[in-house]
Design a protein around this ligand. Structure first.
Ligand code: MD3
Ligand code: FE
Length: 209
């Protein structure tokens, strides 16, 4: 479903097996060199989601190789299989085999939402590349709010994101405000053995490797 120019929602894109693989990988990344934690904001706030990064560490509002705001360790590398998933995601979402060619995401942000976690409306502007963002959801479903490029207020479109869904944000949608106002607790597929929601985004930082 095309939600806006460049913004495509593909429900059920991940097989049950790939969802399980992703949950298992997230469990390992969460306890890697830089453990999953609540990101602290410069003005003293704390994000309600918990985050772990691969390739580059995101802290508001920059990417670094070491997590100087956590434990100083270098983040785990970005795995090649996620590059392949990202390329396949773009080809499928845009129904164009060429759309994924050359896509070279170098960071993944994995966000964990418990029943109370939310993400306020924001733009992702810390990347210097205009390449699309690939978003994968596993576990509980949520309300994803897709806004506009001008303001963090209406007009917006609320989309239900469920386990296995793919969302791709390219073109002008790359700079749209978006957020997660609500998670639906207990809606994860039982086979995942997961309480909460995991969202993984693949991005090109545009930074020198
Ligand atoms: C649209 N994550 O990590 S995924 C984020 O579900 C973030 O955890 C949400 O917003 C989550 O920054 C939403 C969908 C998403 C991610 C990145 C985008 C939508 C986007 C970047 C640009 C435009
Ligand atoms: Fe975002």
């Amino acid at each position: 479903t095309v939600v806006a120019p460049g913004a495509v929602h593909v429900p059920g894109w991940l097989s049950t097996e790939d969802q399980r693989r992703l949950v298992e990988a997230c469990r390992e990344w969460a306890t890697g060199p830089v453990p999953m934690r609540h990101t602290r904001l410069p003005r003293g706030g704390v994000m309600s989601v918990r985050t772990v990064c691969l390739g580059w560490h995101w802290k508001p509002y920059a990417y670094t190789r070491t997590a100087d705001d956590v434990n100083g360790a270098r983040v785990a590398p970005f795995p090649a299989w996620l590059t392949e998933w990202g390329r396949r995601a773009l080809a499928d979402a845009y129904e164009d085999p060429a759309a994924g060619v050359g896509y070279a995401p170098d960071t993944a942000l994995i966000n964990f939402y418990d029943a109370a976690a939310k993400m306020g409306m924001h733009q992702d502007k810390d990347e210097r590349s205009s390449a699309p963002v690939v978003s994968l959801t596993v576990g509980d479903s949520c309300v994803f709010r897709f806004g506009n490029t001008e303001t963090r207020t209406r007009p917006w479109t609320d989309v239900e994101l469920a386990s296995g869904d793919l969302f791709v944000f390219g073109g002008e949608s790359r700079w749209a405000y978006h957020g997660v106002p609500k998670v639906h607790p207990g809606t994860a597929p039982a086979t995942l053995d997961l309480t909460g929601r995991l969202n993984l985004t693949l991005r090109e930082t545009g930074l020198p490797s």
